[in-house]
Design a protein around this ligand. Structure first.
Ligand SMILES: [Zn+2]
Length: 385
C-alpha cells in the first residue's frame, strides 16, 4: 500500500466529466478481521450494490452497456483480491481507459456510485481526519523528507545535500589560518544548509498538509534545526528522535509508530473523558450505553460513534428500512415497516456502518486506559449532532 497523496486526490477530484461516459466509484469494506469478510462476504455486498445501480439504468441501453463493462472490470478485480487493507477503493471508466484502485488501511463505508466524475468525498474526509506527519531525517550534510499517515510512510524524492567543502592542506601559520577559515566556512555552510532544510520543511508542511513534524537525526543537529525553525513550525514539532541519516524508510516508520500511538492514545483518552462528562451533564450532546446509542443512530443523530475495540453484541436489523435493534421485537417484525427482521452477530459493526453512511464518524478506542474507562460506562457512546 502506498501512502495516499493529496496529489492523487487532486487528480481524481479534477477529472472532468466525459459526455455520456460516467465513472464507476467503489468503496468496499474488505477488512479480513470481520468474520463475514473472511468468508468473502464483501463480494456479495459488491454484487448487491452493483445490481441496485443496474436497476436504475435499465431503460437506457447505451448506459447499461457502458456500466456492464465497468462493473465487469471491478468484479474481476475484487474476485482476485487478497485483502491486506480495510477498504478497497476503485474508480474506473473502461471506455476511457481510466482505472484506479487502492487498498486503504482505514475503514470507510461501503458504497458504489455511478456518476460523471469520481466520487471522492469519503477520501477527502479521511484525509481530513487522519493526522499527517512530516518528517525530516538529517545529519550535518544531508536531509531526507518523509510523510507518514494512516500507518504508512513515503519518502519525498528531493533530499538536500550540502555541497562538499574543500579543505586544502597548508603548512605552519598558514595552516592555522586555513583551519580557522575552514571552520568558519563550515559553520556558515551548515547554517545555510539548515536554513534550506527549514524552508523545505515549510513547503512540505503546506504541500502535504502535515499537522505534525518530527525531527530525526543526531541530537545536536536536530536541536540546531529546531532553533532555526520559524515559530509556526516549532509549534508543530512533536518529537526529536535520534536516527542515522541512512536509515531505511521502514526503520523510520518503525521508530515513529510508538510516537504516533502515544499521541493517539492521548487523543482517545481525551475523547472518552469528554464523552463521559458530556453525557453525565445530560446536555443532549452525548449518550452512553448501547440502547440509547442505537436509537440515536436510527434517528440519524450520531455525529461521532465511540466504542471499545473488540466490543461485539448480537442484534437485529431490518433489511427493508435498515433500522437496527439491540432487542428483537417479539413478533420478529420491524416496528417501523413490518418487514421481517434479520439477526446479526455483530450489531456494533452494523451500527458503525450506519453512522459512516450518514456522514458521521467513528472512533474505535484501542488503548487500554481509555478502553477500561469506556467499558465501565457501557462500552459504547456517541456525540450527537
Ligand atoms: Zn423496517
Amino acid at each position: 500500500m502506498k501512502i495516499f497523496e493529496p496529489q492523487t486526490l487532486k487528480a481524481l477530484k479534477e477529472r472532468t466529466a466525459r459526455d455520456g461516459s460516467p465513472v464507476l466509484s467503489v468503496y468496499l469494506n474488505i477488512d479480513p478481521s470481520v468474520p463475514v469478510n473472511a468468508r468473502g462476504g464483501y463480494k456479495t455486498l459488491l454484487n448487491n450494490m452493483l445490481e441496485k445501480i443496474e436497476e436504475t439504468l435499465k431503460n437506457d441501453d447505451d448506459l447499461m452497456d457502458h456500466f456492464e463493462e465497468d462493473s465487469k472490470w471491478i468484479k474481476s478485480k475484487v474476485e482476485h483480491l487478497i485483502p491486506s487493507g480495510k477498504t478497497y477503493v476503485a474508480f474506473c471508466d473502461v471506455s476511457e481507459d481510466f482505472y484506479y484502485e487502492e487498498e486503504l488501511p482505514i475503514r470507510l463505508a461501503s458504497a458504489v456510485y455511478y456518476e460523471d466524475t469520481p466520487y471522492v468525498r469519503p477520501l477527502l474526509e479521511a484525509m481530513d481526519e487522519y493526522e499527517r506527519y512530516g518528517i525530516v531525517l538529517l545529519d550535518s550534510e544531508k536531509a531526507r523528507f518523509f510523510v507518514v499517515t494512516m500507518g504508512q510512510i513515503e519518502e519525498i524524492e528531493d533530499a538536500i545535500n550540502i555541497p562538499p567543502i574543500r579543505h586544502r592542506k597548508r603548512s605552519g601559520t598558514d595552516h592555522m589560518r586555513s583551519q580557522m577559515v575552514f571552520q568558519r566556512r563550515a559553520e556558515k555552510w551548515s547554517s545555510w544548509f539548515l536554513k534550506d532544510v527549514s524552508e523545505r520543511l515549510r513547503d512540505l508542511t503546506k504541500e502535504y498538509d502535515t499537522s505534525n513534524l518530527v525531527l530525526m537525526g543526531p541530537q545536536e543537529v536536530t536541536a540546531e534545526l529546531y532553533r532555526l525553525l520559524p515559530k509556526s513550525l516549532q509549534d508543530k514539532v512533536v518529537d526529536r528522535i535520534r536516527m542515522p541519516v541512512k536509515a531505511k524508510a521502514s526503520e523510520v516508520l518503525e521508530t515513529l509508530l510508538p510516537v504516533i500511538e502515544k499521541r493517539e492514545r492521548t487523543i482517545e483518552i481525551q475523547t472518552v473523558e469528554d464523552l463521559i462528562t458530556s453525557a453525565n451533564k445530560s446536555s443532549g450532546k452525548a449518550l452512553l450505553g448501547l440502547n440509547p446509542v442505537i436509537s440515536a443512530i436510527n434517528q440519524g443523530r450520531v455525529y461521532l460513534l465511540v466504542y471499545s475495540s473488540g466490543f461485539t453484541v448480537s442484534g437485529f436489523y431490518c433489511p427493508n428500512c435498515e433500522v437496527i435493534l439491540d432487542h428483537g421485537p417479539e413478533s420478529e417484525k420491524c416496528p417501523y415497516c413490518q418487514h421481517k427482521m434479520e439477526k446479526t452477530d455483530d450489531l456494533v459493526w452494523l451500527a458503525s456502518e450506519k453512522v459512516l453512511t450518514s456522514n458521521g464518524k467513528i472512533e474505535e478506542v484501542r488503548s487500554e486506559e481509555a478502553k477500561k474507562k469506556l467499558d465501565s460506562y457501557g462500552h459504547i457512546g456517541a456525540f450527537l449532532r
